[in-house]
Write a protein of this length. Sequence first.
Length: 448
Amino acid sequence: MRLTILTLCLLLALGGNAQQLLSLDESRQMALDYNKSLQSANLRWQEAQSQQKEARTAYLPNIDGSASATYMPGMDNIDIPGFHLPTADSDGTITGESNVYFPGMSLETEDLTIYQAQVGMKIPIYAGGQIRYANKMADKGVEMAGQAYQLESDQVIFNTDQAYWRLVAFKENLIVARKYVEMLDSLEAQLKDMYDLGLTPKSEQLKVTVQKNQAQLNLLRAENGFKILKMNLCQLIGLDLQTTIEVSDQLNTQPDLPIMAEGIQLAMGNRNELKMLSGQVAIADYQRKSISGAYMPSLGAQVSYGYNEVANLMDGQWNTTAAAQLSIPLVHWREKKHKVNVAKLQKQQAELKLEESKEFVQLEVQQYMIQVGEAYEAILLAQKSKIEAEESLEEVTASFEVGLNTTTDLLNAQAAWQNAHASLLEALAKFEISKTAYYKGIGELANQ
């Protein structure tokens, strides 16, 4: 029993400490599934689809039913007194009274009860195009909601890529920083042995010790920063901040520069912001047409089938009625003109906003293209600097071994080696992030 419990605890401990390995694609998908803003955008999309279905129902007849029972207590009976029926000539002129006597009657209305029930159907026949334009606006609303969702999705992917590649670069930078500390630690031990043999003064060893202490402090800060970057990625993809994660992708040390000749043209056709603004222009135009339709004649029909009964006075009867209604606007004191002018001005504003946004998008894409190009050139320069720093370190180390270079020369060469590696990793990560920004800028991030 004890062995079973111990084994179970060990398995739980191992499971709790296991690292969760994440690729870039997995991180993207987890972020898309978790992001609250994206979920809200999806709900707005579903809302627009429901409104679209609601608009479709305006083409269909409305069928309503109603029923009522009216009870009026305390009313007096209606008494009709007796009288002689009048006589009249051929022209209908009353000439006198006849010998026929009407004895009178009494209508019992003391507790009057009235029953009514009806089922009616209203059918829109023509409404000046208002129903058609309302449906077109609803269709455009669904399109725009979908574009807003994709826009939010692109932003989530960009934020995730940015956090992921920074984490990848930081992970590899830590390897370089640890190797740099090992270099200094080895040099410190070498100079200590030389000092013990009386071959070098204590000050040379202390130079290395001071440099190593600073390198260890920088390494500690970097490790803490690495933890923060992990937490940042966990927050983006919906994991607990204390989850132990590991990134599986590596920086491409031989990247290719993407072809960006048609970047602006692609952005003009793909950017969801422009599609949404174009949708606003279309909706403004539909709104103008709908306003004009509201002042055109409208025609509708109604068919009803009902039951009426007045207790003790009239037996219940079922009746069918049909009616048609034609409404023709006549005088509205130029109300239509003013409303149409408002709609036209709103459309013009939407068109100006669209044109302005196109200019901003062109400028933005140009900036992204420049940034990608600069990042690529930075990689080439960093690769060259790395090779030169490695060669310099090898030469200075060899010269130091034979006494041709000083300790300071070797420390400088080692520091240059670390900086060259760090600069290359930073350039590689920045290139990946710049590419993501560029693809987002031309509206093709979801395809990458």
